[in-house]
Design a binder for this molecule. Structure first.
Ligand code: FES
Length: 160
């Protein structure tokens, strides 16, 4: 199903694009606008971005697929991204992943049937000094323990 940006978003993009020498250089912020507006970057959203930026949908896909922060699948209401890179790995990220997988019954890339939670191990989240860490949507959680993650999931479930 085709999607279209709101007029305000298009205007916002024009302001952003004016800061770049060519429109295509504003592809990353355009993808952020798409994610904010549509919740994730579907193929239809990529077509809308391509039209707005003035490049091909394939070029948008190439860029979007490189970055884990752009959701190419519809995420759950709470999207859990657990760092699995070396500093977090040495501090126990495997236990964090195991806790999430057992508590939510999810495999990497999965979404709970009620759409509340999705889970994805990712590479370095740039909080290496406080690993293991994860993001829940845009919020960082650092120095995690399996007990703490279990508690956090329970709180998010209660919050709905
Ligand atoms: S290694 Fe986990 S945040 Fe950098």
């Amino acid at each position: 199903m085709a999607v279209e940006f709101k007029k305000e978003t298009k205007d916002e993009f024009e302001t952003i694009a004016a800061r770049y020498p060519v429109r295509r250089a504003a592809l990353l912020p355009a993808l952020w606008l798409a994610q904010r507006e549509f919740g994730w970057i579907s193929m239809d959203a990529m077509r809308a971005v391509a039209e707005m930026v003035g490049c091909s949908p394939a070029q948008v896909l190439e860029t979007a697929s490189f970055y884990t922060m752009y959701h190419k699948e519809k995420p759950g209401k709470y999207h859990l991204q657990v760092c699995q890179t070396i500093a977090c790995l040495l501090n126990g990220s495997e236990e964090i992943k195991k806790t999430i997988e057992q508590k939510l019954g999810l495999k990497p890339g999965g979404v709970t049937p009620d759409g509340q939670f999705s889970y994805q191990p990712v590479e370095c989240l740039a909080a290496c000094h406080n690993g293991p860490c994860m993001r829940v949507n845009d919020e960082y959680h650092e120095n995690l323990t399996p007990e703490g993650v279990g508690k956090l999931i329970d709180e998010l479930k209660k919050k709905g």
